[in-house]
Design a protein around this ligand. Structure first.
Ligand SMILES: C[S@@+](CC[C@H](N)C(=O)[O-])C[C@H]1O[C@@H](n2cnc3c(N)ncnc32)[C@H](O)[C@@H]1O
Length: 259
């Protein structure tokens, strides 16, 4: 089974269904529903501020999902996002909802020349990837020297987890820091996601309404059931503090520590 296969239901099929549900409920539901995978708006603000995002900057979102976070910073900070995402259904959903430049691409082999972007971010993606160093090296390669790389990483707070969603491998914080140092990404700011304000109630409500429409239309479909089960597993791990969300801002340094 390929690394991506267990995640197709959640990140491809359900992503496309999400865009259809937003169309039924109205445009005001798009941003909350499309940001569901990435923590709170306050978390995105924390990253945008510590990364120094400014109007006109070119931002790569690697593993962009349905594109909510990219749209959030385009609206709030005037950046020009480019989305890269391996799941075609998620890409089609992102274009349907927000219409930023979007490419179907694996973060392990990004189709961009060196130093194409002023900054890059990756939200909730690293734990879905085995070869974390290659993925981080691609982020580093894509930004200009000194460019900011923002990360939301779900880290393992214990030695071994009782259960984990298929296709996920959560690094410990110290493994993550080793990967960053080896890749030539210097951490300049870090905070637990739990320490930034939670998602506002009206956002939660809008995202829940979208999920309810998807469930209404697809609950008998085994792809929805598998995605739901994956989702319940990760939510349980976070609730029990076995998995901890970390926000980090890094800068591309001149050199990487050799492997
Ligand atoms: C939890 S979702 C987060 C989506 C989005 N970043 C957000 O915060 O809303 C994880 C995303 O990582 C993507 N992903 C999985 N493997 C990837 C890879 N090799 N390269 C880039 N993205 C990948 C998935 O398709 C999915 O869209």
């Amino acid at each position: 089974m390929s690394e991506a296969e267990p995640m197709v239901d959640e990140f491809d099929t359900v992503a496309w269904w999400t865009a259809s549900a937003v169309e039924e409920l109205g445009e005001d539901h798009a941003l909350p529903a499309a940001c569901r995978g990435s923590g709170s708006p306050a978390g995105l603000d924390w990253l945008a501020t510590s990364m120094g995002l400014e109007p006109g900057m070119r931002l790569l979102d690697s593993g962009a999902g349905v594109g909510g976070p990219a749209e959030y910073v385009a609206r709030g900070y005037g950046v020009r996002p480019v989305l890269a995402e391996p799941m075609e259904g998620a890409c089609r959903a992102a274009v349907r909802l927000f219409d930023h430049p979007t490419t179907v691409a694996d973060g392990l082999r990004l189709p961009f020349a060196d130093e194409t972007f002023d900054a890059a971010w990756s939200l909730g993606v690293l734990c879905t990837i085995e070869d974390k160093r290659t993925y981080l090296e691609e982020l580093r390669r894509s930004v200009v020297p000194g460019g900011a790389v923002g990360l939301l990483v779900y880290t393992r707070g214990v030695e071994s987890l009782p259960d984990q969603p298929e296709g996920n491998s959560f690094p410990s914080r110290s493994e993550l820091l080793d990967h960053l140092a080896a890749t030539g990404l210097t951490v300049v700011a870090e905070t637990p996601l739990a320490d930034v304000p939670a998602t506002p109630d009206d956002w939660d409500q809008a995202a829940t309404e979208v999920e309810q429409v998807v469930e209404r239309d697809h609950r008998d479909d085994e792809r929805w059931q598998r995605a739901e089960s994956q989702q319940e597993t990760i939510v349980g791990l976070i609730r029990d503090e076995l998995v901890v969300g970390l926000l980090l801002t890094c800068r591309r340094s001149d050199t990487a520590t050799p492997r």
